[in-house]
Design a binder for this molecule. Structure first.
Ligand code: TYM
Length: 330
């Protein structure tokens, strides 16, 4: 069975629709027929100042939402990064393999550090992609399902793994990214050329899974569109409508051309109403299930501990052989 690994940061009280359509939907599908490892990357969330009680709560809400979306702790290994110390061990080794220049070219670092100014960004924001490479390589993953914004990090992971293998002998599988083109970048509802993001300046453009259905319906109905009236997929001329069409299509299963036919001659108002219905009906049971799961924190923690124990075993095997290849006496 091929091995799958992916991760998500617990940096917010709710996942957003981009996380689901770009990544988590694929995670759910891949559980069948693959040996899947899904990691809540809490250590990655520490690159910005985080309140301990918030980190704990967000780790649990993230787990609850993943399970509510269909990640099954029986089929997959669902765990928290800090439960597996080998991530840090291999993270250091990846930093030893990476050049300063290649790390400096990571666009996520450039984007995020430009918000605060590079001088006040944490060192860990810079070394973040090497820890991410470790997350993946520890599990000898074949496939890494992610959204478009992670493409460069996956490329770096492949480069680092290849370099390590050449220098120290076969130690890592070279993973492939799995980026589903149609949903790889869900955009912000208010700024439809920018990706929907947890760190977006305004919440009005972000569909949060844990928001009440009325809140999300309102956001969709007041989303930014162009001055035209034709429901047609054209990302350049109609980024707002195209983004809504992508969302509708990904959740309803209707093709983009079927949507164009259905809404021919109707206005944007009708279309937005239909998107709001599709989104809220899809998310309603997910949110309810997540809230239910959060009522029994002890059970959630138990599930994550069991996942952590499984992940530790696999990760320890990789560390042992990697240390041996490096010539350490460990
Ligand atoms: P994170 O937590 O920002 O996002 C989790 C997943 O959601 C995808 N995503 C999107 N997809 C489509 N449209 C969007 N607007 C959108 N926003 C987010 C992301 O591409 C991602 O797949 N660095 C990673 C976490 C990570 C990781 C890993 C991923 C750490 N280690 C190992 C894979 C493998 C991140 O910050 O994702």
């Amino acid at each position: 069975m091929k091995r799958v690994l992916s991760g998500i940061q617990p940096t917010s009280d709710s996942l957003h629709l981009g996380n689901y359509l770009g990544a988590v939907k694929q995670w759910v599908a891949l559980q069948d027929g693959h040996d899947a490892f899904y990691c809540i990357v809490d250590l990655h969330a520490l690159t910005v100042e985080t309140e301990p009680s918030l980190l704990r709560r967000r780790t649990l809400t993230t787990a609850a939402q993943l399970i509510a979306f269909g990640i099954s702790p029986e089929k997959s290994t669902l765990f928290v990064q800090s439960q597996v110390p080998a991530h840090n061990q291999l993270g250091w080794l990846m930093e030893c393999m990476a050049g300063f220049g290649e790390a400096s070219r990571m666009t996520q670092f450039k984007d995020k550090s430009s918000k605060t100014g590079a001088d006040s960004a944490r060192v860990a924001l810079f070394t973040y992609p090497m820890l991410q490479a470790a997350d993946i390589l520890l599990y000898q993953a074949d496939l890494v399902p992610v959204g478009e914004d992670q493409r460069q990090h996956i490329e770096l992971t492949r480069d680092l793994a290849g370099r390590f293998n050449t220098r120290y002998g076969e130690s890592f599988k070279i993973p492939d990214g799995l980026i589903v083109k149609s949903a790889a970048k869900i955009n912000d509802l208010q700024e439809p050329t920018t990706k929907m993001s947890k760190s977006s300046g305004s919440v009005a453009g972000v569909i949060e899974i844990m928001d009440a259905p009325e809140v999300n319906a309102k956001k969709i109905k007041s989303s930014m569109t162009d001055a035209g009236s034709e429901v047609r997929f054209d990302e350049r001329e109609k980024p707002g409508i195209s983004n809504l069409m992508t969302i509708h299509s990904a959740l309803s299963g209707q093709s983009l051309s079927a949507l164009e036919d259905e809404f021919a001659g109707k206005g944007y108002g009708d279309f937005k109403g239909a998107v709001a219905d599709v989104v809220t009906e899809y998310l309603r049971p997910i949110r309810e299930r997540a809230l239910e799961l959060l009522e029994d924190e002890a059970h959630l923690i138990e599930l994550l501990h069991a996942g952590g124990a499984k992940a530790r075993k696999v990760a320890a095997g990789t560390i042992e052989s990697v240390y041996k290849n490096l010539g350490t006496l460990a």
